[in-house]
Write a protein that binds this ligand. Structure first.
Ligand code: S3P
Length: 739
């Protein structure tokens, strides 16, 4: 912490300067606020409006009084900042903190170097991302910065105390302060602020210059008004900004011009897929952006942490429609993209993981409409039709996306890099890189076989006969997808049955794949033909409600249209062995996948030794099953499940830690866990950013004695968007707490 602010001098009482001065005065952020402007009229207005404690007509009048603890804010337009810096240099002692509010930082730093010969430690360049089309002291608004971002671009020379003082001022004024480098700031703002203003000015100017079109403004509808709102902003200010940030602005302008050229070309040549591609991609990006900024534009810090506070007790009941299957959703996009023709998907899971796959294929030029209420239309480009993405493919939290894509992309003509979030970046990828290399792929990983994966394009692959060292559907699928591009036959043999959605869907797309027991085999070079895919509800997500009903007396839930592929029903089998009352009805087959309605009613559970052959069939369901074990009479023992340690988190450790906090006797072992059923207390547990850990502890609250606070639940949206609303409707009592 700095020692606080003594006097605050604001030079320039425009909208930003006067609003900051008033915010500081109203909220008691300093001892005295002094306003400085060359315009006597502005000074009178500022006094009248209670913006400042006193005013001066020039900085000379007050400079001599200032020292340690005082802060001068240069609140003048961008191109005038250097003039003020020149003025201040001989007047202010080095102990006075100085900051500015200009929208461009490179030009301010250049001026500092010119005037001082070096960067003075007292200067903290800053930029509040706030404003409006209104300007001047008349528009003063002390709430202008509430929850808005202020970017500071401190330099290595900047003094820590000075930086802290400026941070204190802005956070005191209600803003969210972040730091960036000067060049990053100028590039980001050129793209997100300076370019849009130029475009708005340019569009209005172009249209108003069309003489024959003078009248068109009369007919201008909402689109025009929305797009050009910012053309009503202060022209001098925006002139200054564009001139001061010329290089960064020119660079994005060039990108945009090229992009517009391509749109023009597409219109000329009637390339409707290209146009639809641009529009669907842009709409998605824009929607994502609005979600990020939900409620208040530009406001709030973009990354907030969500915790769940779950009240104890209760039961679950009613019909609960579970979102679509994650594994099948991923595969529908992947196979739809490399098929010939248009694949229509319904019931698609609109969770972050499957959306990451969808975005990756858009980045590789595939036109994908939606998702709208679970409907996605994939305009397939054929096996060889993918295009090089313009940057790394970011796959968020999704291991399935990374592992399956590595196979599908191992033989493309272009290089590609696959990256992910912190959790994904720690997960083992050698298990896919190794067999792909045996097929002839060139893939680099980070140390220890971790992501990012860098795949070299232009390689030709040969089919292999691969015996999987572990039971993994992702590895099997990866090898089979690479096999589509390989010469000859690719064969996989798995040590235990794992989910077979890839094999079933390939058959659905008309691709010949032979299967016999543990063996799957295909020849490269065929063709996939588009199909319609109805994605069933995800049995992994349904498990949270199955366990909820199984452990909470009085519960009775019906989960319609859930996928019950035999390679996925370990959770049903295990719960039934423990005594759960589970009934299946309405069994049918949709698009090659079996589905059923699942009804679960409360019945007392007892502990069991979980048969190892059930482990791959319930691999994602163990966190929830551990909660069932905690509520069961007696001991439950799991072995042969070391794979759980390399999922989105080490699920054995994470669950054991949380259960112990909740008073349950849980002992982790190398490849499993031993749980003695008993009472569940309340307490604070950590989901370690793992969606399934978060949801499992939420379910545990049904049998807890007190509140369970579950930390770090943001990732629930990777697999189960809308979990909290649905859970509360069923009978849980979850409140989201945002930090
Ligand atoms: C998945 C396979 C499983 C599973 C994952 C989804 C898939 O992973 O845990 O959530 O869609 O193929 P492993 O193949 O690593 O067991």
């Amino acid at each position: 912490m700095s020692e606080g602010i003594n006097r605050l001098v604001v030079i320039g009482l425009g909208l930003i300067g006067s609003s900051l001065a008033k915010a500081a005065r109203d909220r008691g952020l300093c001892q005295e606020v002094i306003g400085c402007s060359r315009s006597p009229e502005t000074l009178v207005k500022a006094m009248k409006a209670g913006v400042v404690d006193r005013v001066v007509g020039s900085i000379e009048a007050v400079a001599g009084e200032l020292g340690d603890g005082d802060l001068v804010v240069i609140g003048v337009p961008t191109l005038t900042v250097p003039v003020i810096i020149r003025q201040l240099q001989p007047l202010l002692s080095q102990s006075v903190t100085i900051t500015d509010v200009a929208s461009v930082k490179g030009s301010v730093v250049t001026a500092l170097k010119e005037v001082y010969g070096e960067i003075p430690s007292q200067f903290v360049p800053g930029h509040p991302i706030a404003g409006s089309e209104k300007s001047g002291v008349d528009a003063v608004n002390p709430k202008l910065f509430d929850d808005h971002r202020v970017i500071l671009t401190p330099l290595p020379e900047t003094g820590g105390d000075h930086l802290q003082r400026v941070k204190d001022l802005w956070s005191g004024a209600g803003a969210v302060v972040s730091e960036m480098s000067v060049s990053e700031h100028d590039e980001v703002l050129a793209a997100t602020s300076h370019l849009p203003h130029m475009l708005a000015y340019s569009l209005v100017d172009t249209l108003s210059n069309m003489r024959e079109n003078r009248e068109i403004f009369r007919y201008a509808a909402g689109g025009f008004r929305d797009f050009t709102r910012i053309a009503a902003s202060d022209p001098v200010m925006w002139h200054d900004i564009v001139m001061a940030n010329d290089q960064a602005v020119l660079s994005v302008l060039e990108d945009l011009t090229e992009h517009l050229g391509l749109i023009k070309q597409a219109i000329t040549s009637g390339d409707s897929d290209y146009l639809l591609g641009v529009f669907t991609r842009a709409r998605e990006a824009r929607n994502h952006f609005s979600k990020m900024l939900e409620n208040k534009a530009y406001l709030e810090p973009m990354i907030k942490t969500i915790d769940y506070r779950v009240a104890p007790g209760g039961s679950v009941s009613g019909q609960i429609r579970i979102p679509g299957d994650k594994s099948i959703s991923h595969r529908s996009i992947m196979l739809g993209s490399i098929a010939q023709g248009v694949t229509e998907v319904t019931g698609f899971l609109e969770g972050e993981d499957s959306l990451a796959t969808l975005q990756a294929f858009r980045d590789m030029g595939v036109v994908i409409e939606g998702p709208t209420d679970g409907r996605v239309v994939v305009h397939g480009v054929g096996l060889k039709g993918l295009k090089a993405p313009s940057g790394p493919l970011y796959l968020g939290n999704s291991g399935t996306s990374m592992r399956l894509l590595s196979g599908l992309l191992a033989a493309q003509s272009f290089d590609v890099e696959l990256t992910g979030d912190e959790s994904l970046s720690k997960r083992p990828m050698a298990r896919v890189a190794d067999p792909l290399r045996q097929m002839g792929a060139v893939i680099e990983t980070e140390e220890g076989g971790r992501p990012p994966l860098r795949i070299k394009g232009g390689q030709s692959l040969n089919g292999i006969d691969y015996e999987l060292p572990m039971a993994s559907a992702q590895v099997k699928s990866c090898v089979l997808l690479a096999g589509l591009y390989a010469d000859g036959t690719t064969r996989t043999t798995e040590p235990a049955p794992t989910r077979d959605h890839t094999e079933r869907m390939l058959t659905g797309f008309g691709y010949q794949i032979n299967r016999k027991g543990a063996l799957a085999e295909l020849n490269g070079g065929g063709e996939l033909t588009a199909m319609a895919i109805d994605v069933p509800a995800d049995i992994s997500s349904a498990t949270f409600y199955m366990v909820a009903a199984a452990i909470a007396p009085g519960s009775d839930v019906l989960l319609p249209h859930v996928g019950i592929n035999p390679t996925r029903i370990g959770a049903i089998n295990i719960l039934q062995m423990m005594g759960a009352d589970i009934q299946l009805s309405n069994q049918a087959e949709v698009g090659g996948e079996p589905v059923a309605d699942i009804r679960v009613r409360y019945a007392p559970l007892h502990g069991i030794q979980i048969p190892e052959d059930q482990v791959p069939l319930a691999i994602d369901e163990f966190p929830a099953l551990f909660v069932a074990a905690a509520c069961a009479e007696g001991q439950t023992i799991l072995t042969g499940a070391e794979e759980l340690r390399v999922k989105e988190s080490d699920r054995i450790q994470a669950m054991a830690d949380g259960l112990k906090i909740l008073g349950v006797d849980a002992t982790p072992t190398v490849d499993g866990i031993i749980i003695n059923g008993g009472a569940i207390s309340g307490g604070e547990v950590d989901s370690v950013d793992d969606h399934r850990i978060a949801m499992s502890f939420a379910v545990a609250a049904l049998r807890a004695k007190d509140d369970i606070l579950i930390k770090n639940c943001n990732n629930v949206v990777t697999s189960f968007p809308g979990f909290v609303a649905l859970a509360n409707k069923a009978g849980l009592k979850i409140v989201e707490e945002v930090r």
